[in-house]
Design a protein around this ligand. Sequence first.
Ligand code: PBG
Length: 334
Amino acid sequence: MISCGTFPATRMRRNRQTVWIRNLVQENRLHVSDLIWPIFVRDENFSPEIDSMPGVLRYTVDELPKVAEEAQRLGIPSLALFPCVDIKYKTVDGAEAWADDSLMVGALGKLNQARDRDKLGIIVDVALDPYTTYGHDGILNKKGYVDNDLTLEALERQAVTLAQAGADIIAPSDMMDGRVMILRNFLDVKGYADVGIMAYSAKFNSAFYAPFRNALGSEKSLKKATKCTYQMSFSNTDEAMREIELDIQEGADAIIIKPGMPYLDIVQRASQSYTIPIFSYQVSGEYSMIKYAAKHTSMDEKALVLESLLAFKRAGCAGIWSYFTPFVAKFLQE
Ligand code: PBG
């Protein structure tokens, strides 16, 4: 329509006039089935409240059936478990990570009795940071360097212990080289071919993880040490694509890009380049920023949460890990 004489010929606002037309032209939607709910599991030495993450609780193993019931009632497809491990179980080799009587094994046992396996999945991280005295995701060698291949052996043991305890998906968050191939192979050989791997493929060395480390107590172990020899530099995009490509070749079933909001350019590029399901993690610092902003300014929490989560979908995420999951699930039911 070039010469009809009226101006403007194209009126974009026609498709915004009413609720029904806005719904009809809506390109991206957020649904509860897009969400993964990260849960902190504690023993009695940790308090339920987390100072840096208002509104998020640490749960005891005995409270987990209630959590599973709530997730199922709300239609949340999966929980992701993180252990708050007492200092007395931390060692230089992180051996509690593959102990048969660990907090995680107990948590998985309890949840597996309580859940409907067809409705609610359980994802567990594979990494040593909750278990090492120095808070790194891997094992230090004599030079004080996080040793890749030594760590892989520990991760294999951890992954098989978690698979045996009934995890559906393991999520290696350690950023060691070759771990997806090693873990896939080891799980297959041990009879766990059906256990999936959702790999944290592009995990950036980020200041946004601080409240999570506070929740786990790993910041005390880590002191001021940095994870920059294994987590990625936040300057790099091509490198993230190489990491993703390697994890796909090594047998990942899905990949994670992390953190979330400041890294949606990575999600968008990955979703244009690869057909594997892409997840992103709206991490603890992003959660806390929104909570504090809503508390101390006139910004509306519910609106901020819905807008931020929809941005993940727009960028190309199949799903989102978010601490807001139970809250959003309730809004979406309204
Ligand atoms: C550790 C791990 C971290 C997170 C998930 N797994 C923190 C880190 O790498 O130090 C961060 C999650 C969050 O900030 O919400 N392997």
